[in-house]
Design a binder for this molecule. Structure first.
Ligand code: ATP
Ligand code: MG
Length: 573
């Protein structure tokens, strides 16, 4: 390809609203342009990278035995009503009507469509297992589309769905996808971890894993053991028994007379304010949070230095919705303004975290304005509470798997997700096969997603320097950039064209910068767009020599033509 003809509008500076590094480079290197919030056009370079990512995904899916299909983006609302998700999915679901006023959605995911397809096309256990996948545009009206392709409203996803006769079969299909995902992300040059994730109310045995690209901008927190292979999303992360504490401990002083102490704490509503006023660590306090679980108030009690894990609470209560209670509810339930809630005297269900129950005594809200109570004894005052793990794991907690190592936290971008669905959709949509004895059974399903366009951003979050992008070779838009220094010199131009043609013929994607620009401008652009190998054809062209620069390494090497070509055909860059 000749660069003079390529639509590659590079920018000297990124627009100020592009916060993420990956978004900045994508705009500056001319990979994408925004059409509306969370909706982008891929320009030629961006499209090439996306195609390479798609190709890696496709090869690994095919290798794992999955078959490619392509389903419609536009889906009748009835299907979503049958699965029960038409309402549940909420405002993220894009809805529209056709000319006959029939309702449709633009698919955010395809469980409904694939289940309906398999329901009508597959009827016997002999046709199982079956895994189908597609690489297709998805629509989600995200509340906060941001960071370029990291959270779009229209984005490219690979979604796969497996159908098995039993749970062992699902486990095999799941494992094979899990392994394929490892290969995909490794081939893309990504630094990633697979982590245990929360399966919510479905998920069955063995649940779900997320694949996280490690990056500070990531919206997820993951806890990783420094001694074994345990890694989990913070929403799911557990901790070892040592970190749970010993709830029996407080009973030692039960015989002792004790009285609650009243402390006047005007306007001290937050743990850090109390901590400062009392001169005590946050772990001396007892925090009481009022939630609404499917509309009913519950109190969650944790130690002052901990955070409530709402997913754990929600799972414990088997609630469909859990949200912090509004001010009015909190005041009604506690009889006090926000900031003074405490466990004593509450008439609603109370969930108390293990770490609170292990405290001998602590300071808690008095359910009275401007008052806190000291000498609150969890094993007395919280004797009626439901004990459990309701908090986030904390950095340094001991590992729940090996009980030896401790947990370290990282930020991650979720690039992939594998999930054991079981019969959630095959039951609601009545998708059944006949087993060997002729009985109708619901399919046991799994679903497997990769955010292909998000992956592009995730790779960029990890692969750039101050001058621009550092593409891993496997997904670079071009692998080699041939840059003649002077386009007015026919010797240079002939040699550059010769190298470009030879490499392209040999299957190495090569771009030639034939623009009549100063060398400085060309090199800057070359660094910006991050092609892994640059071949500069300059003053040594007459003697058949060129200069090579590996984008990542930076140093320049002078080589003869044939040597340069064989380097470009090799794998050392
Ligand atoms: P998130 O928690 O980031 O919203 P999700 O759990 O909703 O993700 P899934 O429904 O599992 O995502 O979708 C499969 C994959 O699609 C995700 O792992 C992610 O890589 C990608 N993805 C999801 N939402 C978006 C989006 N708005 N923009 C780009 N990629 C997305
Ligand atoms: Mg989402």
């Amino acid at each position: 390809m000749r660069q003079s003809q390529l639509l590659m509008p590079t920018l000297r500076e990124a627009p100020s609203d592009a916060e993420a590094v990956s978004h900045q480079w994508m705009l500056r290197a001319g990979l994408i342009r925004q059409l509306a919030a969370g909706i982008y056009t891929y320009l030629p370079l961006g499209r090439r990278v996306l195609r390479k990512l798609e190709q890696i995904v496709r090869e690994e899916m095919d290798h794992a035995g999955a078959q490619e299909v392509l389903m419609p983006a536009m889906q009748p609302a009835e299907l979503w009503q049958q699965s029960g998700r038409y309402e549940l999915y909420g405002p993220e679901l894009m809805r529209l009507r056709d000319r006959h006023e029939r309702e449709f959605t633009l698919g955010p995911t395809h469980e409904e469509v694939i289940t309906a397809l398999v329901r009508s096309e597959v009827s016997s256990y002999r046709q199982l297992p079956l895994t189908l996948y597609q690489i297709q545009t998805k629509f989600r009206d995200e509340k906060r589309p941001r960071f370029g392709l990291l959270r779009g409203r229209e984005f490219l996803m690979k979604d796969a769905y497996s159908f098995d006769a039993d749970w062992e079969g699902l486990h095999r299909s799941y494992t094979s996808m899990y392994e394929a995902y490892h290969r995909v992300f490794t081939r893309c040059g990504l630094n990633f971890r697979s982590v245990e994730a929360d399966a919510g109310s479905i998920g069955g045995e063995g649940g779900t894993h997320e694949f996280m690209a490690l990056a500070d901008i990531g919206e997820d927190t993951i806890a990783v053991c420094d001694a074994c292979s345990y890694a989990a999303n913070l929403e799911k992360a557990e901790y070892g028994t040592k970190a749970k504490g010993d709830p029996g401990k407080a009973s030692v002083r039960m015989d002792h007379a004790f009285e609650l102490e009243r402390h006047y704490t005007p306007d001290l509503r937050k743990i850090d304010q109390l901590s400062e006023a009392f001169g005590l660590g946050a772990d001396s306090f007892i925090k009481t949070m009022i939630y609404l679980a499917d509309g009913d108030p519950v109190a969650v009690i944790i130690r002052g230095d901990h955070e409530v894990n709402e997913i754990k609470v929600k799972n414990k209560l088997a609630a469909a919705r859990l949200e912090l209670a509004d001010q009015a509810t909190t005041e009604l339930v506690t009889g006090a303004p926000i900031g003074f809630a405490g466990p004593i005297g509450l008439k609603i269900p109370i969930l108390a975290d293990f770490a609170v129950l292990a405290m001998e005594s602590g300071i808690a809200g008095a359910n009275e304005k401007d008052v806190h109570l000291g000498n609150v004894r969890p094993n007395v005052h919280l004797a009626q509470a439901q004990a459990g793990d309701y908090r986030n794991a904390a950095a340094g907690d001991c590992c729940p798997r090996c009980e030896e190592g401790s947990l370290t936290f990282y930020r991650g971008i979720e690039v992939g997700h594998v999930f054991k669905l079981g019969t959630k959709y095959s039951e609601s949509l009545q998708a059944k096969y006949l087993n060997a004895s002729g009985t109708a059974q619901p399919f046991i399903m799994g679903c497997y997603g990769i955010g292909v366009s998000r992956l592009l951003s995730a790779v960029l979050e990890q692969h750039s320097d101050s001058n621009g992008i550092l593409w891993p070779r496997s997904i670079a838009p071009y692998q080699v950039h041939v840059v003649p220094v002077s386009v007015k010199d026919p010797v240079q131009m002939d040699l550059a064209a010769h190298i470009t043609a030879r490499l392209n013929e040999a299957g190495v994607d090569t771009l030639m910068d034939d623009r009549d620009e100063r060398p400085g401008v060309k090199f800057k652009d070359s660094d910006l767009i991050g092609i892994p190998l640059r071949i500069v054809v300059g003053k040594h062209a007459a003697e058949g020599a060129v200069e090579l620069k590996v984008r990542k390494a930076g140093e320049i090497q002078k080589l003869g033509l044939e040597e340069a070509i064989s380097f470009a055909l090799g794998s050392e860059y």
